[in-house]
Design a protein around this ligand. Sequence first.
Ligand SMILES: [Zn+2]
Length: 178
Amino acid sequence: MTNIERTRRHIGMSSSCPVCGNGDETILHVLRDCLSARMVWSQLIPPHHSGSFLSSSLLDWLSSNSPVSGFTGEEFYWRHLFGIIILHLWKQRNNFVFKGQIWSTPAIIHSAWSWAKMIYTSHSSVHHQTHRVATNQRWCPPSTDLLKLNIDAVVNHATLDAAGGGVFRDNEGAWVVG
Ligand SMILES: [Zn+2]
């Protein structure tokens, strides 16, 4: 909980930012306006997002940069990177408040890039796999002394929730277990 919320609920004495001491610690301050956050964003904001990036309201800022379906390429990459960066900045703030540690700007950026790259790669491979399955839908039975295991899985790219399952069938296609 930010210090402005803590003082509003009478469980904190100061509403100031514990990291920079420069202004009230609101959500937007932690995620965008704090000096430590600005150092990260200043190296990442794409040119087409730079106009109102540092001046919009919290809701406008989140909605115009958050991952939603329908984006591809650089915009897909940016919106996932954005979500990962704000998670890192919130964790950095808590790390400082509760452990007295602060992550360096390069460390935050490096970690966030790695996560964004992993999401982008998994998104691309799922699309590739979907295409491959769609062009090869006929089930081929195993030989008589074998069982065949078919598996499938799905990933929600917005939440990263995943689920999978499988089924064993004999050479006549009859269900055995799964
Ligand atoms: Zn601050």
